[in-house]
Design a protein around this ligand. Sequence first.
Ligand code: XMP
Ligand code: MG
Length: 183
Amino acid sequence: MYDGDIATTLVTEEAIRAKTAELAKQVGADYADRCATSDLLLVGVLKGAVMFMTDFARALPLPVQLEFMAVSSYGSSTSSSGVVRILKDLDRDIADRHVLIVEDIIDSGLTLSWLLKNLETRRPASLEVCTLLRKPDAVKVDVPVKYVGFDIPNEFVVGYGLDYAERYRDLPFIGTLDPSVYR
Ligand code: XMP
Ligand code: MG
């Protein structure tokens, strides 16, 4: 599949599975008391977070409800500007709910920073972030990310939900693209 397009494997399928289980255990322990009477609400950011969201939800030891948001950040396809537009909003009110945003990757952190501010105005009981991947630049922006799977180098990555021109989302691992793909 995608022969010759993937230059390197950055995170294997096995490593993703192990990390997802580890994060789920941690989140399960952190939310057990808080969510005894009301289910944890996972908010996934489409489309990139879909694979991680579904695997993470199934690995969690507590009941969760799933919501999705689709946002588009103005800018080029490989960098974001921080100007965000909601393409699909949540279906439900999140007031007084314990909300955990599930992200595929935090790069500049601008998208997430906007999203946190937006969701905070809806008065959730709590709001935290769980991301599978984080790039070095994200550390420069002051966004509180409680759960991080892997810190990765500043390279464009695809697979496990992440795309280049809508392709490669279906790869079961995270890899870097061969430069020939960009040409
Ligand atoms: P910011 O910079 O706002 O960007 O943190 C977050 C969004 O940008 C996309 N993104 C990537 N998508 N491979 C991708 O397929 C990458 O290496 C990459 N880096 C950033 C992604 O949509 C993410 O939610
Ligand atoms: Mg994308």
